[in-house]
Write a protein that binds this ligand. Structure first.
Ligand code: AP5
Ligand code: MG
Length: 220
């Protein structure tokens, strides 16, 4: 299956993507995690991306699309993938369509995680991620690590993301509404979108997402 997860910052895209990817046996591709891996390895791409990410802006399309394409063309993604955080504007969605069409492939579903803004702010404020791998995600209240400050998965140090400061989160939400939300309409015209209410426990949201994938999109 080829799936896109959409939703505001802090909606739980990464949390759900990890679980769904494991169930569906497809790779979880997060452009945010790819950028953060480049930042920790201090690559040129990482340096460029950091300046945009810390300001809450989108990294330019040219480098983002090239990075996402490269990842989607790895052998493990041959039979499908779950995209988290890509595409993030209409031109990235068009680039993805072009890439898929070129290989006679298509998307199967777009899951839109819907969470009220006050909940998103709480989820982001308490989030802690692992220095070794930013896909290892915790929350001080909702998903505390067994030992405070230490990743349950790999023992790495837990920290708060640089772009999770109050000002940057406000900017990221604005960018989401102006640049990313339009892709929901873009995909609605293709009949691919299912809206998933993403309040409730992590398990409940996963169940709703799996149900939606089983039933196909509702075009809503
Ligand atoms: P990215 O890393 O993608 O950040 P984001 O979209 O802002 O989303 P988040 O990762 O903040 O939230 P999430 O939805 O994954 O939530 P999570 O599962 O962690 O992008 C960062 C930046 O990179 C962008 O701002 C941009 O600069 C750049 N970038 C990335 N992709 C790009 C692109 N395509 N083009 C251009 N630039 C790009 O959950 C949040 C917290 O809530 C966690 O602590 C979790 O434990 C908790 N939680 C999750 N679910 C629940 C639940 N059901 N109940 C209670 N708590 C929950
Ligand atoms: Mg994420």
């Amino acid at each position: 299956m080829r799936i896109v997860l959409v939703g505001p910052p802090g909606a739980g895209k990464g949390t759900q993507a990890t679980r769904l990817a494991e169930k569906l046996r497809i790779p979880h591709i997060s452009t945010g995690d790819l950028f953060r891996a480049n930042i920790s390895q201090q690559t040129e791409l990482g340096k460029l991306a950091k300046s945009y990410m810390d300001a809450g802006n989108l990294v330019p399309d040219e480098v983002t699309i090239a990075m996402a394409k490269d990842r989607m063309q790895q052998p493990d993604a041959e039979n499908g993938f779950l995209l988290d955080g890509f595409p993030r504007n209409v031109s990235q969605a068009e680039a993805l369509d072009e890439l898929l069409q070129g290989e006679s492939m298509k998307l199967d579903a777009v899951l839109d995680l819907e969470v009220p803004e006050d909940e998103v702010v709480k989820r982001i404020a308490g989030r802690r991620i692992c220095r070794n791998d930013s896909s290892h995600v915790f929350h001080v209240t909702y998903k505390p690590a067994a030992k405070e400050g230490v990743c349950d998965v790999c023992g790495g140090e837990l920290y708060q993301r640089d772009d999770d400061s109050e000002d940057t989160v406000r900017k990221r939400l604005e960018v989401y509404h102006t640049q990313t939300e339009p892709i929901i309409d873009y995909y609605k015209t293709q009949g691919l979108v299912t809206t998933i209410p993403a309040l409730g426990s992590v398990d409940e949201v996963t169940t709703r997402a799996l149900e939606a994938l089983k039933g196909g999109s509702d075009g809503a």
